[in-house]
Design a protein around this ligand. Structure first.
Ligand code: NAP
Length: 481
């Protein structure tokens, strides 16, 4: 591990291009070892106010910056992140307890996300409109342009501390906006790291400000301040719904939680799909918004699926996130261990069967498989955000589609089937933001439109789509009469 990462670091607020010492600090600990890893500023409302002011003042510089320059800043960031990729992965592993191999994948994805952002910066454009299609519209030239929305408040969760920040910072810079970033309190080190690289990459002072601290204080200030034109939030439904209700006329993008499901039809090659299902359910301890939480399996292949999933799951190695061999490490907090154990207990007491895991050691919950969990049990209807998957037997795909849709959430769903008509019908009838045919719901690459329906949120990320959300359409009409 890089030497600088082993010592406790004191970080500062980034306001107007300067690292500013805050009035108050708080320690963050490794979720795995419990050791203090950094001292983090707890921004007050007044300090958040300074960040908003800096972002307001930098607006003109960003809005007037040519597209090639915005792209160049992002390309510079990509290069330095490529050079320092291992350090970046270690930061993620340390603050989030993400197994190092998975943390490296997050860094590669982050690099790709910023590359897509650099490319997107060069293709933001409007369209010409045939106004003469309307009576009275003759002899007019009309076109739209897309202008930056202004100051964006970006609030991010702990689970992808680098790539989910990239999904907000990347398109915001690409489209000429300024940003105040409020990362999750447990995982701010990835944001500070990226902010350092962006300053070196040539981003003007004030274009990106980083304020850490309590979501209630800093988050609330961003959400309620009239100078902030948009809030882009990724996190839990409870916080997202609260933000939406306070944000007034601000544009709000909400990327929230889910209890994502997969359907497995008869005739599917179970051996082929088991490794994907293990990854979907247990990668980063199931703390992924599209983690595979529910599987609905056709009765013809149910027994085979359960027994093979258990066999492969029991081969997973639990342990230290910085150990190359670790597949599953600690949950983000000890409170999550208590919560998940009590949900497992509830399921068992109401007739479900735990066929793997179901126990903890320190902050690690062993990968857990539960059969016959009724749709009203917490492990099924709530977002578990832990290495837990429930498997239920179904008579046919239609029944499975109904069960998948019987949820407050709707982010992504997957279906494995060899039948084209079944796949097409499922794509029509699953009420989610994205349907994955012959894959787990956990599939995501960073340029695809990504977002949900129902309590999974509103709006889409994926660079092109985020740029649409982060720009205002303006109409220009020339009267030639
Ligand atoms: P969280 O508790 O909702 O926190 C997310 C962010 O909101 C943090 O920065 C948090 O700050 C801040 N916050 C808390 N209270 C706030 C308030 N009153 N006003 C404004 N901001 C506030 O979520 P999490 O536990 O970090 O992340 C897990 C959740 O994120 C899961 O539900 C998961 O499904 C969801 N998620 C969704 C997606 C997606 O793309 N759909 C992707 C990843 C994760 P503090 O840390 O200081 O509390």
């Amino acid at each position: 591990m890089t030497e600088s990462l082993t010592s406790v670091r004191k970080k500062h607020l980034l306001i107007n291009g300067e690292w500013v010492e805050a009035g108050e600090y708080s320690s963050i600990r490794s979720p795995y070892s419990g050791e203090i890893i950094a001292e983090i500023p707890m921004a007050t409302e007044a300090e958040t106010e300074l960040a908003i002011e800096a972002a307001m003042n930098a607006r003109q510089a960003m809005a007037k910056m040519p597209a090639h320059k915005r792209a160049e800043i992002l390309e510079n960031l990509v290069r330095s992140l490529q050079e320092r990729a291992e350090e970046a992965a270690e930061i993620i592993a340390l603050e989030a307890a993400k197994p190092i191999a998975t943390a490296r994948q997050e860094v590669s994805r982050t690099i790709e996300t910023y590359k897509f952002a650099a490319e997107e910066a060069k293709r933001i454009h409007g369209e010409t409109l045939p106004l003469d299609a309307a009576r009275g519209g003759e002899n007019r030239l009309a076109y739209t342009v897309r202008e930056p929305i202004g100051v964006i408040g970006a609030i991010t969760p702990f689970n992808f501390p680098m790539n989910l920040v990239a999904h907000k910072v990347g398109p915001a810079i690409a489209s000429g906006n300024t940003i105040i970033l409020k990362p999750a309190s447990q995982t701010p080190l990835s944001s500070f790291f990226i902010a350092e690289l962006l300053l070196e990459a040539g981003l003007p002072a004030g274009a990106l400000n980083v304020v850490t601290g309590s979501g209630r204080v800093t988050g609330d200030k961003l959400v309620t301040d009239h100078r902030v034109s948009m809030i882009t939030f990724t996190g839990s439904p409870a916080v997202g719904i609260g933000i939406r209700s306070k944000a007034g006329l601000k544009r709000v993008t909400l990327e929230l939680g889910s209890n994502a499901a997969v359907i497995i039809d008869k005739g599917v090659d179970i051996d082929k799909i088991i490794p994907r299902c293990v990854t979907g359910a247990f990668a980063f301890q199931g703390q992924v918004c599209i983690s595979l939480q529910r599987a609905y399996v056709h009765e013809d292949v149910y027994e085979e699926f359960v027994s093979k999933l258990v066999t492969e799951t029991e081969k997973l190695t639990v342990g230290d996130p910085l150990d190359e061999k670790t597949d599953v490490s600690a949950l983000i907090s000890s409170g999550d261990i208590e919560r998940t154990l009590s949900w497992i207990k509830e399921a068992e007491s109401q007739g479900a069967t735990v066929v793997a895991g179901g126990k903890s050691e320190g902050n690690i919950l062993f990968p857990t498989i539960i059969c016959d969990a009724d749709s009203t049990m917490k492990v099924s209807c709530n977002e578990v955000f832990a290495p837990i998957v429930v498997i239920n037997k179904v008579k046919n795909v239609e029944e499975a589609v109904e069960l998948v849709n019987d949820s407050r959430y709707g982010l992504q769903a997957g279906i494995y089937t060899n039948d084209i008509t079944t796949a097409l019908n499922a794509a029509d009838n699953l009420y989610v933001g994205g349907v994955m045919i012959n894959d787990i719901p956990t599939f995501r690459v960073d340029n695809m439109p990504y977002g949900g329906v129902k309590e999974s949120g509103t709006g889409r990320e994926g660079l092109k789509y985020a740029v649409e959300e982060m720009t205002e359409m303006k109409l220009v009409v020339w009267n030639r009469n």
